[in-house]
Design a protein around this ligand. Structure first.
Ligand code: NAD
Length: 491
């Protein structure tokens, strides 16, 4: 089976690493290709950084209005190849085709937003800070930048960074997840056609060895990471140790609070979409559902009905609402965490373990699951399950919910469902999380806003997307100028 090539200096190149691992379709277990994997991928990183370093100097000198032209072409190509890219995402990652199209649309929106770089790069100027002296800020590129991305959005996450980085005059190295490298491989076939000078965008495959090479390479100035908190902490610390600018987005355990005045039909539909969309493998998936004052069990009943009717299967089959999880190990881990929840004292209201889908018996399927009455002091309520599992918790007051949420180690998202403006206002102000949804199930910021994780969901200060990305991918230079009249010739 074909081993994927790297894209370095505008050409497809065979990896220096001879070892490779299979890329597996999680619905069928069929191998889809092989990806270079092993310590010699570090040499590929070195080649990519060398090419990127050479390209960056000239790219930075290209006027920004011209630097964004290839992005307009990329937008058109991504739209033209949307179907094919979406099918690749579904086949290597498992999510439904509609979900794959959704993530590609957000990727395209980031390309569009980065096209505003000519405006976004404009800067501050103060005339006469003291008599005859002016002061201003210039925004200049950082140099060679790199991103290291996770498996769960193979088409989108690179785009939180890539278009902004190159619009700002940097060159870029992409390290996709070794579990889902095929989508970016296809995207690079499009990037190859948009008229960028060789070396401005490069793709290298691999796992920890290529990540470590990125972290240690003196030629790389900035690193964008998205993945689990454990690895995010490692990237942030090691990147900083090597003098790099780092933004590292980590894991999550997202709470949703449902007040008694929330609209039951809309809320149960949106909340179950949030918990079970992408089979729960979303850093913004709702996980802990905190129901306030549900003495009669109406909310519980509505969530149960919405969850149990969800159709699980192969993401390209008609009518399927939820695909498999990424790997057999992941399925085993999720099922073990469900067992642990029961062991901790939760009631298994809906059991999605041991799922078998006709025609896809080998797939890594877990059906919608609900753990009810998960103890507040247990481990499951704190653990990122990253699978289709809802933890349902009854609380008496919104203050009790806020108190619980604000002690969580993560802070990626928190949502509230209510028809009360006053409750919403209190919640958005007091909750300890960076992305907040009011009557929204997945508070995913649009491309023009920062993806604003807090606490152990994010290490750094400037986030991906929008203006934050422009700031992350530029360094400011402050210039103070004096031009005395008497030095000028008179005309
Ligand atoms: P992961 O941390 O296992 O892998 C992410 C990247 O890091 C991959 O490219 C991988 O090759 C690399 N990597 C893995 N282990 C490494 C190690 N020991 N040393 C160096 N590099 C290593 O994450 P994943 O399983 O691919 O993705 C799921 C996680 O990502 C979840 O925790 C999820 O919440 C998180 N995530 C967060 C966001 C966010 O915006 N905060 C978005 C998407 C996913």
């Amino acid at each position: 089976m074909e081993v994927l090539q790297n894209y370095i200096n505008g050409r497809w190149q065979t990896s220096r690493e001879r070892g490779a691992i299979d890329v597996i379709n999680p619905a069928t277990q069929a191998p889809m290709g092989r990806v270079p994997y092993g310590k010699d991928t570090a040499a590929d990183v070195a080649d990519a950084v060398e090419a990127a370093g050479r390209a960056q100097v000239e790219w930075a000198a290209v006027p920004v209005m011209q630097r964004v032209q290839p992005l307009y072409r990329l937008k058109v190509l991504l739209e033209q190849h949307l179907e094919e890219l979406a099918e690749t995402i579904t086949n290597e990652c498992g999510k439904t085709k509609a979900e794959s199209i959704g993530e590609l649309q957000r990727a395209i929106e980031n390309v569009e937003t980065a096209c505003a770089a000519p405006m976004l790069l404009q800067s501050e100027f103060s005339e006469n800070i003291t008599r005859g002296i002016d002061e201003f800020v210039m925004r200049q590129p950082v140099g060679v930048c790199a991103c290291i991305v996770p498996f769960n959005f193979p088409g989108m996450i690179t785009f939180w960074f890539l278009p902004y980085a190159i619009a700002c005059g940097n060159s870029f190295v992409i390290k996709p997840s070794e579990k889902v490298p095929l989508t970016m491989q296809k995207v690079m076939q499009l990037v190859d056609q948009i008229g960028l000078p060789p070396g401005v965008v490069n793709l290298v495959h691999g796992g920890k060895a290529s990540v470590d090479a990125i972290l240690e390479h003196p030629g790389i100035k900035a690193i964008s990471f998205v993945g689990s908190t454990r690895v995010a902490q490692y990237i942030y610390a090691k990147g900083a140790q090597h003098g790099k600018r780092v933004q590292a987005q980590g894991g999550a355990k997202n709470p949703v609070v449902i007040l008694p005045d929330a609209d039951l039909e809309t809320t149960s539909r949106i909340v179950t979409d949030s918990v079970y969309g992408c089979a729960g493998q979303r850093c913004l998936a709702a996980s802990n559902i905190l129901v306030i004052g549900d003495g009669k069990g109406r909310v519980k009943e509505a969530l149960y009905e919405a969850a149990k009717g969800r159709k699980t299967g192969y993401g390209l089959s008609d009518g399927v609402e939820m695909g498999p999880v990424i790997s057999a190990e992941s399925k085993a881990r999720i099922e073990q965490l469900i067992d642990q929840g029961v062991h901790e004292g939760a009631n298994l209201l809906l059991d999605g373990r041991n799922a078998s889908i006709e025609g896809f018996e080998a797939g890594n399927f877990v059906k919608p699951t609900i753990l009810e009455g998960v103890p507040l002091g247990g481990e499951i309520i704190q653990t990122e399950i990253f699978g289709p599992v809802m933890s349902l918790i009854n609380l008496a007051t919104v203050d009790a919910a806020l108190d619980f949420i604000n002690r969580n180690r993560y802070g990626n998202m928190a949502c509230l469902f209510t028809s009360s403006g006053a409750s919403a206002r209190k919640f958005r102000s007091e909750v300890n999380a960076g992305n907040v949804g009011i009557n929204i199930g997945v508070a995913a910021p649009m491309a023009q806003f920062p993806f604003s994780g807090w606490n152990d969901s994010f290490f750094g200060d400037l986030h991906g997307q929008g203006r934050h990305a422009i700031e992350f991918f530029t360094q400011t230079k402050v210039v103070i100028e004096r031009w005395p009249k008497e030095w000028s010739r008179k005309f």
